[in-house]
Design a protein. Sequence first.
Length: 201
Amino acid sequence: MGSKMVTARTSAVQIGRESPCFYDCFDELLDAEYAPDSCRAIHLGCGDGRTAVHLARKGYQVMGIEPDRDLLAAARERATMSDVPMDLMGGEPLELPPRAEESFGIAVDLWTAAELADGLPRTDFLSSLHRLLRKDGILMSSTAAPKPSKGAKPSQGKATYAFSNAFVSDFTRAGFEVLFEGVRKSPSGEMRLVVHARRIG
């Protein structure tokens, strides 16, 4: 009589769609001279919580917003397993919950702004993040990297690409000062343009 194979239960953290982990990009921001000291941070579209947990371990008070219920459950499980306090809630990044203005030192949005159309749709969204950030707060965002001009070469620090595109321009229109733009490779191998922008005004 054959024995029945018993399969251990797989947790939501293991089976959930993994969110990209830009650990190096986060550390690059946190090591910058303009990075706020330990403060409140909001991560829009936090996925399964990997990068949110990374921020929390750095001493930041993190709020994560995620529309997908399974990923939100995975983020909560990851936070519990990592023993870090985080405020995780369901919701669409485009429909931010009422929060006190100027209450966050860092805002992270790796996908939403990139998916919006150039001009008013993206500028309106960035303006809502501008209101959430305190004075001199930093927004980290990214989009698929545009192809560099012929002969341009990326550097290890700031990018030497001659970027002049609507994505970066919309940050200025929304009241931000762009401090950094550099090309970085995501865990999936995609080249992304990463932007650090400071709230002004």
